[in-house]
Design a protein around this ligand. Structure first.
Ligand SMILES: Cc1cc2nc3c(=O)[nH]c(=O)nc-3n(C[C@H](O)[C@H](O)[C@H](O)COP(=O)(O)OP(=O)(O)OC[C@H]3O[C@@H](n4cnc5c(N)ncnc54)[C@H](O)[C@@H]3O)c2cc1C
Length: 491
């Protein structure tokens, strides 16, 4: 079959590898100058920054994707295991917690905050293990096309407590506020408020303890390059319309190809959209269901190249400001910039010095901020926010001399998420992973009305994050194959 994949994000590349591996003729088109989507790369003055994902988890999902295309991930990319995975520091606390997959060391770290919580670690992991196995592993690999698929899973999830709020679930096991934060913040990195998303996402902690966290040498972009290498990827090719032929029964028709900006038409039997799911509705001439599928918050990203290393930063460091709960609520539901700044910081030259100019650091800071439904004037606000962030790093987190060590810098605002990636409302992580926007309620991997149209990426099932979109690519590729086997002429 001729297949066009719209978007060369990690999900788009993963589905293309699988479909090409299955013998189809696949073309990937992307509106940007290079592939990668949110996993883009920035280089300047001897510094290299990943602009999105930096921590690789569940590397076996990538191994399987490469294998489906007849490739060996470990020949293409060098993955290095990180230990500890990240350090968590708080603005108003001298203590810090190193998150490691070595349970004894993790327990010791927790004991620095609460000896009771240290003894609760094993119980917590035991409670999360079946949620990981059934809620992430099993459910993440199957499509939720019918309500009854969800109904079949729900009793198990209810029994395991996975449908309650994530933070509440964690609080049942741990009593110290810092430890509760340390074991529940993870959903923020797929756009979910830990106080609102289901405890199914507690499994994100479990998979880190089980599988560890990894760094791709050269940055995550080396993974993008390795995935794009065997594929036909056409960049600078924005799809303006998904074309379809109407069927005789007056239904929504079936896809016949895509039309690019400029008018070029690429014919296809199947179109897989890796573009923002909401904007895909626009490509079909439909109104995006903004109420049913709420986009996540956005991010302000600051990329700094410095002439000296910041020793207080590990490869991955989480710097949490005061008022954690209020900040998260403000970022996900509010309309103004956060007063207290909680950020994630990536400093890969700890592991690979060549990511920075000699003797320096390449630092990338991720600050969650409201999406563009908030009336924030980014032209005006970005610079003061940047100044506030750097000053806060120096004052609250002891990153001394940071300002004067900066040699080169760049930033990315929610406006850039919108203009560069076509992200509706400048969302950073597709649509929110709340219970009523997950599984059956999320955008399904196969369009409900247009034949031959499928979805892959953060906005469809199972959701955002590198393992999420890569698992989703498996689900989508399987659906395409199954549909073709069932109706060879129609699919
Ligand atoms: C700042 C940040 C940090 C993150 N950190 C991590 C992390 O450490 N670990 C992790 O696992 N996950 C992380 N994530 C999440 C992860 O990066 C994403 O979920 C994942 O990369 C999204 O992949 P995707 O397949 O949805 O494609 P996207 O990256 O969303 O790419 C979609 C592509 O479609 C293209 N496109 C859109 N519209 C059109 C059109 N009309 N025509 C042609 N092309 C189009 C876009 O240009 C883009 O290239 C992070 C995300 C962000 C934003």
């Amino acid at each position: 079959m001729r297949i066009v994949v719209v978007g060369a994000g990690l999900g788009g590349l993963a589905v293309a590898l699988r479909l090409q591996g299955a013998g189809h003729e696949v073309t990937v088109v992307d509106r940007r100058e290079r592939p990668g989507g949110r996993a883009y790369q920035l280089r300047d003055a001897g510094y290299t920054w990943d602009m999105g994902p930096s921590l690789i988890t569940m590397p076996w999902t990538l191994e399987e994707t490469f294998a489906a295309a007849g490739l060996d991930l470990h020949r293409e990319v060098t993955l290095r295991r990180l230990d500890p995975l990240y350090r968590i520091r708080w603005a108003d606390d001298e203590r810090e917690l190193d998150f490691t997959s070595d349970r004894d060391r993790l327990r010791e770290g927790i004991a620095g905050f609460s000896s009771r919580d240290a003894t609760a670690l094993d119980g917590f992991l035991a409670a999360v293990k079946p949620i990981y196995e059934q809620g992430i592993l099993a459910a993440g690999r199957q499509p939720f096309l019918r309500a009854r698929d969800l109904a079949a899973l729900l009793p198990t999830m209810l029994r395991l407590g996975a449908a309650t709020g994530l933070h509440r679930f964690v609080a049942r096991h741990f009593e110290h506020p810092r430890i509760r934060e340390a074991f529940s913040f993870h959903s923020l990195f797929i756009g979910g408020d830990p106080f609102r998303v289901p405890a199914i996402y507690a499994a994100l902690v479990y998979l880190q303890v089980l599988d560890g966290g990894w760094y791709a040498e050269g940055g995550t972009y080396s993974l993008v390059e390795a995935m794009a290498r065997p594929l036909e990827v056409r960049c600078g090719a924005a799809v303006e319309r998904i074309e379809r032929a109407s069927d005789r029964r007056g239904g929504a028709g079936r896809v016949t190809g895509v039309v690019l900006a400029g008018g070029e038409r690429i014919g296809a039997d199947v179109v897989v959209s890796n573009a923002d799911v909401l904007s895909t509705h626009e490509l079909l001439g439909r109104r995006p269901p903004l109420r049913r599928l709420r986009p996540t918050m956005s991010c302000y990203l600051l990329f700094l190249g410095t002439d000296r290393p910041q020793r207080k930063l590990l490869h991955h460091t989480l710097l949490l400001g005061r008022d954690y709960r209020e900040t998260i609520a403000g970022v996900t539901r509010g309309k103004t910039l956060p007063r207290e700044l909680s950020t994630y910081v990536h400093a890969p030259s700890r592991t690979e010095p060549a990511m920075a100019a000699p003797g320096g650091d390449s630092i990338y800071a991720l600050l969650p901020v409201p999406n563009l439904s908030a009336p924030i004037d980014w032209e005006r606000e970005a610079r003061p926010l940047r100044d506030r962030l750097v000053a806060d790093y120096e004052r609250s987190f002891g990153l001394e001399g940071l300002e004067e060590s900066i040699v080169v810098e760049h930033q990315m605002t929610p406006e850039d998420f919108r203009s560069e990636l076509g992200a509706v409302l400048g969302n950073a992580f597709a649509v929110e992973p709340t219970l009523h926007q997950s599984a059956y309620f999320r955008q399904p991997n196969r369009d409900r009305s247009v034949a031959g149209l499928y979805y892959v990426g953060g906005g469809t099932h199972p959701g955002a994050g590198v393992p999420g979109v890569v698992l989703g690519a498996e689900v989508t590729a399987k659906l395409i194959e199954e549909d073709r086997a069932r109706a060879p002429l129609a699919a």
